[in-house]
Design a protein around this ligand. Structure first.
Ligand SMILES: Cc1cc2nc3c(=O)[nH]c(=O)nc-3n(C[C@H](O)[C@H](O)[C@H](O)COP(=O)(O)OP(=O)(O)OC[C@H]3O[C@@H](n4cnc5c(N)ncnc54)[C@H](O)[C@@H]3O)c2cc1C
Length: 439
């Protein structure tokens, strides 16, 4: 290594990794060289992704440039593997055809999670996920394309199938998607001469006994009633056993014709983790971490966010939430600096202040400081909270404008059409199909 500084390499510019990079770049200036690696040059602000898909937010306003966290530290490309004992990260920089090795003194793993598709016939091939801005744009474009088709369709059964949207999983993402989608489609339908509101059907299947299982019972009951009042069909204690392009089969063998099925029922850690030799993993594949965020068995390898199983004081792992990841980032940075200085490390401790679920139409459920507030007040609290959490002033302003205009303007019935562009992107490092092969 040419530099005499301690080099900290951070894998993944999500809530955990980006915050760690920001703090290290600021507090560790002079003694630490930070390198932040990600395949995208932005952080996806997931809590607002449903609204970016079918609500009032412009999709570009829910991504935060990673260079706004640590301008000089960021490098874009694909992380291929890590040699923990040799202290090297194998990385394919954007546009390059050959991987390079990046050495580290300390490593922070913040590679996040991916959607978990269990072994349900047809699920992985035919269901859609909501895990990126591209997915958000895709959902919106698809919904509008189906509206156009349905407007042309004379066959009433087929029209019904085109306008039925199935959501499997009724925790935060599924419940929010059901509420926002129903609201969006009901506004949209007025623009189509051959369609009426009753042609649209949004159906939620939730395996558990209530929606929003991670929120209070009052929030769940309110969300259920709000969705049902709007015409959303909610099936609790129920799931699907087969997914086909034309519909889903339920546990009770009922066939539901639907051209769009969304899977919002679970995550798993980044698939790269299981290829990293010597990385201790739990049974479900999460990184075994200690309360001070060091990975079990290592003093220079750290883990944050969804990928890490960080124990709470009662031994259970912290939930995979942005709330936790965004606080683990600065904590890991502090502990790395303490470790370099030979000072004692601090355990990560945080008690969630609450949670929100926004259902569209100026309504949200809010559990805050042990209290539950729903409806318009919940929605105002939600907007205030997320506005304060948006990292840059420019994005705060853009987001405020989106929300303000959404009070007066209807959603435009246009497809953004990005999927049809003939303008090629410069060659980027591709996500390999078999990550880490050969190592
Ligand atoms: C739709 C949705 C809504 C959500 N809503 C909420 C909410 O309201 N409140 C809440 O607290 N949480 C919410 N969450 C959960 C929250 O987003 C996650 O817990 C959080 O993003 C985890 O942060 P992280 O830093 O661990 O990982 P991530 O934010 O997932 O970031 C991981 C990063 O690693 C990069 N990466 C992964 N593999 C590679 C590779 N091989 N090479 C290069 N880069 C790689 C990715 O590009 C990504 O940028 C939501 C999640 C989703 C999907």
């Amino acid at each position: 290594m040419s530099s005499t500084k301690t080099r900290v390499v951070i894998l993944g510019g999500g809530f955990g990794g980006a915050e760690a990079a920001k703090r290290l770049a600021k507090s560790g200036r002079g003694e630490v060289e930070v390198i932040l690696l990600d395949r995208h040059n932005y952080l996806t602000f997931y809590p607002l992704l449903v609204e970016a898909a079918v609500g009032g937010i412009e999709p570009r306003h829910v991504v935060v440039p990673l260079r706004s966290y640590a301008r000089d530290a960021f490098r874009m490309g694909e992380i291929l593997n890590v040699d923990l004992t040799g202290k090297q990260v194998r990385f394919q920089a954007s546009g390059s055809t050959e991987p390079t090795e990046i050495s580290f003194d300390h490593l922070v793993i913040g590679l996040g999670s991916v959607t978990r598709f269990p072994n349900i016939p047809g699920l992985a091939e035919n269901a859609y996920e909501l895990k990126s801005v591209a997915d958000a744009i895709g959902i919106r474009d698809r919904a509008i394309a189906l509206m156009e088709q349905a407007n042309e369709c004379r066959d009433l059964e087929k029209r019904k199938q085109l306008l039925t949207f199935v959501i499997v999983g009724g925790n935060f993402t599924g419940t929010e998607l059901a509420g926002e989608l129903q609201h969006f489609l009901s506004e949209l339908v007025d623009g189509y001469p051959n369609l009426k509101k009753s042609d649209i059907k949004v159906i939620v299947f939730e395996h558990g006994k209530r929606l929003l299982g991670a929120m209070s019972e009052r929030a769940s009951a309110w969300a259920l009633k709000t969705l049902q009042d709007r015409g959303v069909e909610v099936h609790l204690g129920s799931s699907v056993v087969e997914v086909l392009p034309q519909g889903v089969r339920t546990e009770t063998q009922e066939w539901v014709p639907a051209e769009s099925t969304f899977w919002t029922a679970g995550i798993q850690p980044s698939p790269l983790l299981k290829n990293i030799a010597g990385l201790p993993l739990t049974e479900r594949g999460y990184i075994k971490a200690r309360a001070d965020l060091r990975v079990d068995g290592y003093d220079n390898v750290w883990a944050v966010g969804d990928a890490a199983a960080v124990p709470m004081p009662d031994g259970k792992p912290f939930a995979a939430t942005a709330q936790n990841a965004v606080r683990q980032g600065p904590q890991v940075a502090k502990n790395i600096l303490s470790s370099i200085a030979g000072k004692p490390l601090e355990n990560f401790e945080y008690r969630s202040l609450g949670a929100f679920a926004v259902l569209g139409g100026y309504k949200a459920a809010a559990d805050l400081f042990g209290l539950n507030v729903n409806g318009l007040i919940g929605w105002l609290l939600f907007r205030g909270a997320y506005l304060s959490k948006m990292p840059t002033f420019a994005l705060k302003l853009r987001l405020s404008m989106d929300w303000f205009l959404d009070l007066f303007l209807r959603a435009p019935t246009v497809q953004i059409g990005v999927h049809r562009s003939r303008i090629p992107m410069p060659p980027a490092a591709q996500e390999p199909t078999e990550i880490g092969k050969g190592h």
